[in-house]
Ligand binder design. Sequence first.
Ligand code: F0G
Length: 424
Amino acid sequence: MSATRQLCASCGGETPDTDPHSRCPRCRGLLEVRHRPPTQGGGALRALFDARLGVRRGPLASGVWRFTEVVLPAAGPAVLSYPEGNTPLLTSDAVAVWAGAPGLLLKHEGHNPTGSFKDRGMTVGVTQARRVQARAVACASTGNTGAALAAYAALAGLPALVIVPKGQVAFAKVAQALAYGARLLLVRGNFDQCLELVDQATERLGTYLLNSVNPFRIEGQKTIVLELLQQLAWEPPQWIAVPAGNLGNTAAFGKALAESCEWGLIDRLPRLAAIQAEGAAPFAASFREGFARRHRVEPHTVATAISIGNPASYDRAARAIRDTHGVVTTVNDDEILEAKAVVDAAGIGCEPASAAAVAGARRLVREGVIRPGERVVAVLTGHLLKDPDIVSHYHQHREPPPPRANRPVEIEPRLEEIERVMHA
Ligand code: F0G
């Protein structure tokens, strides 16, 4: 029997790990990857992962494939790695003080090859595409998934189709998809419509779907949590804060934590804090009602990456929040932009959606949910340069200037002008 199988979350049906369907072939429910528990105990598994930290070449040098045994043990020679992961876990006094959380750490996923955490899911997703001998790959995206898919498809020599909502994707992400050679479709609609469209198109065209409904993407994204636990010497933090849009990451984090506990990597569960933008917060609305029903909204937020009204991984993310005794909260666009200005000015930098995690941590501290002494890891999901238009607007053009605006000064080419400005 293979070490890995796929299980339908809706009907419970089982599918082999090399079945190419992106949903359950019987009921179209979401599939989940299940691995046979590793044969080693927790201590031996930790030692195995730690011993690979010095590896410099080949898949084991990747911050995803270092954890092969709990990601995709059967991947073998199909592995396609940039490599990715190995992202820093940072501290910043300025950000910690602003958030009111002295124990705040920032896991910076913007340090991945295409500038976001999506590369972790995509290395596994495109590896799986090779295992099932896909002829082409496709996704809908608010930008980062598309950039990652385009890059990894190019590395694999596979044609890629990327479908995005026209006018709602940050400039650099569109540029990446084009540069890496994907076929890019600009849809006159929102992300939720793009996702529905690509779901139908992949069935009709026989392309392999690589949105986070694909359970192999989730396996890759689990390694954000595994890697941060390893960086903390397997001593779990009290909280992990993550921005939440389509909810793939929230689901992946819940799965990583549940498995890490089950397989003895850690002995205590951190609590998950999923942070949504106020104008795109269907999951937070559900959370307030104890997940009694699913909500859909027409999304509006400056954080275009998480401008999603009908998240695909709703059920599995709800389970992640329940299982970790987690919370879901919202932050408004002004809070997101202020958090971003603080993270940027600390020399760290991130894109707007990522700043939502920091703004959310601050809100939870203020509400007394996160206590001052607790250790919080906020995940910065994407790089500062993903959305330069927002930066330019905030610092140069907004009227009145926001409190943290850093206005450039235009001068004549004369030394006295510099002196005048510097002494002002
Ligand atoms: N942060 C960034 C930078 C993202 O790009 C995304 C999602 C999220 C957070 C939210 O993660 O969807 O797993 O809840 N971006 C997707 C995309 C939707 O198409 O790039 P999620």
